[in-house]
Write a new protein. Structure first.
Length: 125
């Protein structure tokens, strides 16, 4: 019978890996970097058998096969709080990290190339 390792909590190294995965995706903004980020985050959560991991600017939650990135900071306008980049322009440096759908509104988590991670409650028009 194969023994499985059970880790008590995420190490500083694993937390740094999660933060770095987010930073790399926000900087590079490619499909490959997004897949790598999601893989790293899921891997860390699975390694520690966690459903939630608190990071500096967000919380990563894992349920079944779904991964949600939830912001710790919210905005009401349409620009990045770090660099004032417009969220909705065609060549925006802001990317959607996660969408949590609700009955009356959705919580959208955005990440910007400047490194900011933030959320906005988006209501149907």
């Amino acid at each position: 019978m194969k023994k499985s390792n059970v880790y008590l909590y995420p190490t500083t190294e694993d937390r740094n890996c999660a933060e770095t995965a987010l930073e790399v995706f926000l900087t590079v903004q490619s499909g490959t970097s997004r897949l790598a980020m999601l893989g790293a985050l899921k891997g860390i959560l699975k390694k520690y058998r966690l459903s939630k991991l608190n990071l500096v600017n967000c919380t990563v939650e894992f349920s079944g096969s779904d991964l949600a990135i939830k912001p710790k900071r919210f905005i009401k306008d349409r620009t990045c709080p770090g660099c004032k980049e417009d969220l909705y322009s065609i060549k925006s440096k802001v990317r959607i990290l996660s969408i949590c759908e609700g009955s009356f509104s959705d919580i959208v988590t955005y990440g910007c190339q400047c490194g900011e991670i933030f959320g906005k409650v988006e209501s149907p028009q």
